[in-house]
Ligand binder design. Structure first.
Ligand code: GLN
Length: 461
């Protein structure tokens, strides 16, 4: 396979990093002043950025000469609904990987390319003049390819015209679902650790978040806590299976309990299934396929992970017409339509023979074995990961105070990037012992990262 080029350049860095330390301090202070009930998260995250940036000012990673001559240093401005959020952890960690020349096992993007036949289909579509606005909810060819794939995967027959909406990545499907179906003050239940965009889009929708923590070693759903979290104001439960960052897959028993609670209390389910084709230890189960659930479920997925094309940002949401209406309304005014030629290529991708999916899983199985065995040999406590291309470990044998200190040490002293997980919790304390590694990298890269850790990471406890 061909290696992808490095996708990040230092001028892409966003947020407080773009400014000098004094601006950053003021920014952190103003965040603390206005953080309100989100104080604990808001105060811990900037301290990570401060810690990382203070130690590295001599690298001047983001400021260019232009910055000092043409930029006036003004306080950052952001609407209240977004002020507690920082530059995403994935962006931060990928920037730091470049700055320190570290091997990036942080942000989940493959360092190898997607399949030739899909790339060829995109080139062909461009040459064929498929270059103007697409139909808002998707080019017919892609809507039907999504519906056929869903039928193969779940047995459910959906109307491609009325129940499939093509979006700009699953991230947009998530935003459109929240903004199109959630009212101010509706309660939405999340399972922590959770992917960062859930909280941000819920905040944009004005929702009230209730959070249930999944705990190691198996990250199973605490059913009693879930039961007591549901109230008459609960509008939806958001699930993500296979689950980022833990690799947990929701079991049929867990899904059954969640389903019956939703039916009993008239609650919707929003389900992010972007890692469905990376399920290793058990079969993926779509919530929509459970009896009585299709009519109350929005299923979201994308092309990126399955076809190693995370930069294409092609996603979709499948939902019955009465739920599709709301999310399509939001989609219409967020992006209106998604990149036309890539939609034709995505349709070609989804028609790949089953052997494509089998090979993908085989390749990732080999990568996973290298990383998991390697991390165990280094001395980490590795938690079982059934799906996704992530694995979560307990870093405490190495004696660092928390996940952020550990990741900082790992980047600067060992030359490997991981993702601290505390940023995926409402209460960061819950994630302070855990860090996430990805194995969506070529085998040589994974072996080099393991080698660096074996040579330099010393057990202290
Ligand atoms: N989904 C990717 C991950 O978890 C990150 C995507 C992003 O950077 N927004 O690593």
């Amino acid at each position: 396979m061909q290696m992808s080029q490095c996708i990040w350049t230092s001028h892409e860095m966003l947020g407080p990093f773009r400014f000098g330390p004094s601006i950053q301090r003021n920014f952190s202070k103003s965040i603390r002043r206005s953080a309100g009930d989100s104080r604990s998260r808001a105060t811990s995250y900037p301290s990570f950025m401060a810690a990382i940036s203070t130690g590295s000012t001599q690298h001047a990673a983001v400021s260019t000469e232009d910055d000092s001559t043409t930029k006036t240093h003004q306080p950052l401005q952001v609407a209240k609904r977004l002020e507690k959020f920082k530059t995403t952890i994935f962006t931060q960690m990928s920037m730091l990987a470049i700055k320190h020349g570290a091997i990036n096992l942080g942000q989940g993007f493959p360092n190898f390319d997607g399949p030739e036949f899909v790339k060829e289909a995109a080139i062909q579509a461009i040459k064929d003049g498929k270059n103007q606005y697409a139909r808002g909810y998707g080019v017919p060819d892609l809507n039907s390819a999504v519906a056929s794939r869903f039928k193969k995967d779940t047995g459910l027959e959906v109307d491609p015209e009325k129940e499939v909406t093509v979006t700009s990545g699953c991230t947009e499907a998530i935003a459109a679902t929240m903004l199109g179906l959630i009212n101010n003050s509706d309660e939405v239940i999340l399972f922590a650790p959770f992917y960062d965009s859930y909280e941000a889009t819920l905040s944009m929708a004005g929702a009230k978040i209730k959070c249930i923590t999944l705990r190691p070693p198996d990250f199973s759903v605490p059913i009693d806590e879930l039961k007591s979290a549901i109230s008459k104001n609960t509008r939806a439960i958001l699930i993500n299976t296979p689950h980022n960052p833990t690799g947990k897959m929701f079991t049929r028993e867990e899904l059954n309990v969640i389903a019956s609670l939703c039916i009993e209390n008239d609650v919707l389910v929003f389900t992010d299934e972007v890692y469905d084709k990376l399920s290793f230890e058990m079969d993926h189960i779509s919530m929509a396929s459970l009896p009585g659930m299709y009519e109350r479920t929005v299923t979201m997925n994308s092309l990126g992970k399955t076809f190693s094309l995370t930069g294409w940002k092609i996603g979709w949401a499948i939902a019955p017409p009465h739920l599709t209406w709301g999310l399509r309304q939001a989609h219409s005014f967020l992006t209106f339509a998604t990149c036309t030629p890539m939609q034709y290529a995505a349709a070609a991708a989804l028609r790949a023979p089953e052997s494509y999916y089998e090979e993908l899983k085989r390749d990732y199985g080999a990568k996973k074995a290298i990383l998991v065995e390697g991390l165990k040999a280094v001395g980490f406590k590795v938690f079982p990961s059934s799906g996704t291309y992530f694995v979560v470990v307990d870093h405490t044998p190495f004696g660092l105070k928390d996940d952020i200190a550990f990741c900082e040490y790992l980047i600067k002293e060992i030359g490997v990037v991981a993702i601290p997980t505390s940023v995926f919790y409402l209460n960061p304390e819950d994630g302070k012992n855990l860090v996430r590694f990805t194995f969506c990298k070529d085998e040589g890269t994974l072996r080099s990262a393991v080698k660096r850790m074996k040579e330099k990471l010393l057990l202290r406890n």
